[in-house]
Each structure stands twice: as C-alpha cells, then as structure tokens.
Design a protein around this ligand. Sequence first.
Ligand SMILES: [Zn+2]
Ligand SMILES: [Zn+2]
Length: 653
Amino acid sequence: MASSLTTNMGTIQITLPDGATREVPSGTTPAQIAGQISPRLAKEALVARANGDLVDLSRPLDHDVKLSILTSKDPDAVQVLRHSAAHLLAAAVLELYPNVKLGIGPPIETGFFYEFLRDQPFTPEDLEKIEAKMRELAAQNIPNERKLLPKAEALELYRQSQQEFKCELVEEKATEPMVSFYTTGKFIDFCRGPHIPSTGRIKAFKLMSVAGAYWKGQESNPQMQRIYAACFVEPKELEEYLHKLEEAKRRDHRRVGKELGLFTVSDQVGSGLPLWLPKGATIRRLLEDYILEREREAGYQHVYTPDLAKVDLYKRSGHWEHYHEDMFPPMDLETEQLVLRPMNCPHHILVYESRKHSYRELPVRIAELGTMYRYERSGVLSGLSRVRVMTLNDAHIFCTPEQIKEEFAGVMRLVERAYRDLGITQYSYRLSLRDKVNTGKYVKNDEMWDLAERVLREAMDSLGLPYTEAPGEAAFYGPKLDIQLADVMGHQETYSTIQIDFHLPNQFQLGYVGADGQEHRPVMIHRGVISTMERMVSYLIELYAGAFPAWLAPVQAIVLPITERQNEYAREVHRKLLASGARAEVDERNEKLQAKIRDAQLQKIPYMLVTGGKEAEAGTVSVRHRSKGDLGPRPVDEFVADLKQEVDSRAIQ
Ligand SMILES: [Zn+2]
Ligand SMILES: [Zn+2]
C-alpha cells in the first residue's frame, strides 16, 4: 500500500483552465503546480479542482486531469475554508472540554457550525474562551492532513474515544474499505474533505450563537448544541457582514412593529394571524387606497368575492391537485364541502364568466384586494412577512393573444410607478420557469408551457429589461415574471409577479366572440403589483426602519405645548392640521419638552411642532423634523400647506 504513489511513475498531463497543458511527473501535487505557475498563486491557493472534483492542494495527482487552482475568489473554495474553520472549532472545543461528543460540522452560507453533545449548555463566556482557543490554534498554522484508515480501525478509534455519533456516521457513510480522515494537530475527524492546507488562513470568524438541534433532526434522538459562526476570508468581509446583521436587527419589522405599535400577534388568535393595530392599519389603508387609485387609472374594475368556495371549484382549477398541501382542510357543511381560498383566480374567472364577452371589450381587467388563506408550517411563520391569512393586491386580465405584450408592459409600468412612489429602488427581474425534470408539480402540456415561456421572454426583451432565470419557481399553471426585492442581508423575495396562463381559461372553457363571429379562448394574466399588504408593509417597515415618508407615516405631525398654558393653542393647531387632512396628535402630558421630543423621535413622527408662549402669540409653530432637526418658527397655515404639498407629491423624505 505504501508504494501506491510510486508504482505509476511516468508523466501525466495537466490541462489548466486557459487550455495550456503541462507534462509533470505522476505524483505531482496541485500545490507544486501552483508554485510553478506563480509564487503568488501558490500563496493564495486554498484548494484545487481536478476534473470537476474539489481536492486538497497536497493530493498527489496520478492521472491526466483538468486542473484549476482555487483562491478565495472562488465561492467553492470559500466553503472549503469554512469547513476547515468548523474543524478548527471542534479542535478548540475538544481541547477545552475533552468529554464532549462530536456531531457534524458543515459549512453554511455565511460561515459554519459544529454540533456537540454536552451536559451543560455553552454560555457566552464559553464561546469567548472557545474563540480565543481557535485564534491560538489558527496562529500556530497547524496543517490539515488527510489520512486513510481501514473501516474497522476507524470504528475502533472512535469507540475508544467514546464518540458514538461519529461511529454511527462511519457505519453509515463509509462505503469503501478505506475511510478518509483529516487531522488538525491532535484533532482527528472522519471527513471526506477537502480542506485548506493549514489553519493559518482562518482569520475572519466570530462565534455567533448556540442553538439546540436533535441529532439527525429526529426528536427521539439526543439534543445537540450547535455552535454557529460567521466566517469569511478577509476580516473586512466579516466586519461588513456583522454590520449588516446589526442593521437588519435594527430594522427587523417584528421589533419596529412592536415599538411603533403597528401590529401584534396573539396566542389566543393563533400564530401567523397578526392583528393590525391602529397605526399599522393606517399604513395598510394608505397602501390599499394608493394601489386602487392607480388601478382605476389603468382601467381595472374592482370586485369583491367571498373568501371561501366549494372544494369542487378548486378541483376544477387544479389548485386541489397541485396546491392542496398549502391549503387549509375543507369544512363539511350540510351537503357541501367548503374551503378557504388559497388564491383568488377561480373567483375572478367566474366574474368574467358571468356574462358574454366580445373581442371589442377585451382586455377585461378584474381586480380585488383579495384575502387568501395558506397553510404555512408553524416553523416558517414570522411577523407580517410569513402569515396564514393575507390580502393580495390581485388582478386577472382576460385578453386576446395579440394583447398580451401590451398588457404585460402596462403591468410593468404600474409596478415601476408604485415602486417609485414607495421609494423602492433595489429590485431585479426573475423569469420563473418550471422544473423540466421534476414535472409533477405542474400541469402537463409541454406545448402550452413552451408558448407561455416564449411570450414572457419576448415581452421582457421588447422592454429591454435584464432578467435571470429560475427553473422550478413557476406557478403550477404557467411560468411567471417575478420582481425580487432584497432585504438588508441581500436575501431576495418575490413581491410583484406577472403570470401568463393558457391553462385556466381552458379548464373553465372561457370564451369571447371574435371579429369573425366565432368563439375564441382568451388568455389570462395573473398579476400582483404591490404584493400582499402584510408582506409589503413588513418590507416598508424595514426599508425605512420605521421612519416612513410623510405620505405613509401613521402620524405625520405632533403638536408639543411647552407648558399647560399653551394647551388651548396647541389644540387649535391640531384642529387645523386635522381639517387639512393631516394625521396629527397633541402631546398634552405634563412632561418636560425634552421628554416629549424624545418620545416623538422614538415614534419616528416626521414633524414635531413646538408651541410655547411666543408661538401662541405670533400664531406660529417651531418646526422640528425627526432627521433634519430644528427648522425654525413658521406660521401655522404655511406649515399646514407645505405638509399637504409634501404628502400629495408623495415625497420620499
Ligand atoms: Zn469535515
Ligand atoms: Zn391568479
């Protein structure tokens, strides 16, 4: 066995990414090849890719390969570094707490975790100690070395050290007679690798949290403690990430929503069923009024339809077959079975069907702030952003095939206008297609899918808009164009969507009378412009960290009398504000002005109107803006007129 490296002497051919080839002796390592290419590459190299597989830089190559040397510029190499950092964590924990039992330790999106079984919980102080130990071991630049052991020996090794979870893993995962291990100093781990050459490159990491997790995710198994860490290549990247995390916490809509009294979730109502408090309800109503107005201008007709329907309706539409896992179970009533609707499409189809249509009336645009019910699993529910009852700014356009492009462009204009007015600037377009391998989720009709896909692409191309493609993200009845908004952490979610659907018109045998006097099938466009009220409000809370522009602020101005003597004058100013349509309050509490200002700042009210003796005499208010500070005294009528102008123009700050 020891001679395996020397048996096939001779040379092998290495093909580099630029196509250049090199003849090298068999047994040459990627590290040596990196050194031949440039000393700098040798220094920066983390791992190599040989014929598509990631391998250690120290792995001897014994046959012709396509080889790339990977540095931190390659995302796969960064994941390898994170995996090596997970080993470093386990090594540090074992040095400090030799009796812990090891679970698994993979890289994750922004770092890594390792899981341990230990009687006492890890405390924040423990994490500090562990992190310090990791830094100590990293500074020693200990090599990560690969070893092969016969399976029986591997099991024996773990049995002796009483690492029963590792024994389990070796039993299950080791399919070949020889088992691969990695050592970092005294630490040894059953692992396929690869790893970076040594611990010295692990500089930018921070232990973040401890969370309980059942071994292998099964509740009957012991509960492990997972230590989560953030880890990047450069300290600057880690700093940026931690800063973003702070920012995300500061803006978290659940926290801000509570501080500003926008919504609440009650155990007695149930999870995923938020209650809109007066201030949150105000924002929602403003959004609803806003979008209804834009739709009226764009030729939509608004309807009201019931929140539930017979199950048979959803059987006919295909929702029952393709979507029932996301629906609430049906209710038995006398002879009927009713179900809460998960989507509004079938109702709007019936609105269209309620009378005959001629080609001259098309497109017919039917819109509704439609409330829908979806059975989201309890684990994913969160504030307003993941809920079980939601109201969608929904519409369905019934048009001729020739009208698709123009209707599509019209919806895009609506989206862009709404985003501009709401101050949303960070978004991208995603073409969501069906998964061509896993077709079970989708209605079967290849021809229809190809057509809908082509029409969508053409519509996007004719608008000259860039988009990415996402297989597997289509609706069950057709592909869609999704407009993705990113949060502070860069996570993208779909907010607006346009779907071209040839399926449901067929299912419901929809028709219109064409110019030729014959019956034709319309096309259906499903679209949502500002998403659900729940989701959009949660997004806006985070976008503005609660400091809404005046047109969306639940309270736009608060009058602050300095002493009781100005209460009467303050009420007069308040009345004028209300009469102009402004949303205003008066703070008549027996508090110092500083305290009143501080509280108004915390409530993120755009304008504070200080009214003292001088102001009462002159008929003015001293205006203070929440971010611009003191703006000086202004005649009341002038301030009221300016505020109205700011609100009517929907100024963003
Ligand atoms: Zn590993
Ligand atoms: Zn729909």
